[in-house]
Design a protein around this ligand. Structure first.
Ligand code: HEM
Length: 196
């Protein structure tokens, strides 16, 4: 699930292995699979964005707040607002967005769990870049509107995340990191489960 020939650092490899099954289950989610195949309809994409907003807004807030509690010195780039812009682009109203249900964020009890959750959030932007490209049939090639969230990952954020994962593993946090990553994947799976 990564670019051919890429060297994967040990903590990332351990996290990837521990979450592979959940990641593959998400690939099989009907809406995500339709998106990946370039077959998603506009109304279906809008419902998916609404659901992702309900997950990512509290998840992002929890990551930012827990970073302060755990004394983590790593900038968390806010991206949930990009979902708001995409929803507007797809025709949603401000009132619709304001009333969207929000998920309960996974508990991030310590720096290890926090790092595992960060891995899921930043890593998801790698796959998201592929999903953004698969929106060409719906949005038109070269059109940024409607896919700002999926296109929004920064290479530098991922690089800093990977460095933080290795530093965390060197401090003996890997088991807690795996717990945090698995909990984050399961929270998203659970949240998307009732979304057809
Ligand atoms: C149909 C949906 C999805 C597809 C097709 C997909 C695809 C991919 C691909 C191709 C990569 C590797 C990219 C690279 O190394 O350059 C990747 C990485 C990753 N994705 Fe997904 N993904 C999907 C959904 C998700 C979701 C919903 C999440 C969690 C929020 C997620 C979390 C991750 C993580 C954590 C990584 C990093 C794995 C690593 O350490 O290499 N993915 N995904």
């Amino acid at each position: 699930m990564s670019a051919a020939g890429e060297i994967v650092s040990p903590a990332r490899a351990a996290l990837r292995n521990a979450t592979r099954a959940a990641h593959l289950r998400l690939h099989a989610h009907p809406t995500l699979a339709a998106l990946a195949a370039g077959r998603i309809a506009s109304s279906q994409y809008l419902r998916l964005l609404a659901r992702l907003y309900g997950f990512h807004l509290p998840f992002e807030r929890a990551l930012i707040e827990a970073a302060l509690c755990h004394g983590v010195d790593l900038r968390i780039d806010a991206r949930a607002h990009l979902l708001t812009r995409d929803l507007f682009d797809l025709g949603a109203s401000g009132e619709f967005i304001a009333h969207l249900p929000l998920a309960e964020a996974p508990a991030l009890g310590g720096p290890g769990e926090w790092l595992g959750a960060l891995y899921v959030r930043e890593g998801s932007s790698l796959g998201a870049a592929f999903l953004a490209a698969a929106l060409d049939p719906l949005l038109g090639a070269g059109c940024a509107r409607g896919r700002r969230f999926l296109s929004g990952g920064e290479t530098e954020d991922w690089r800093l995340c990977c460095a933080a994962l290795e530093a965390g593993a060197a401090r003996g946090l890997l088991p807690a990191m795996i717990d945090g990553a698995q909990a984050s994947f399961h929270a998203l799976e659970h949240w998307l489960a009732d979304h057809e």
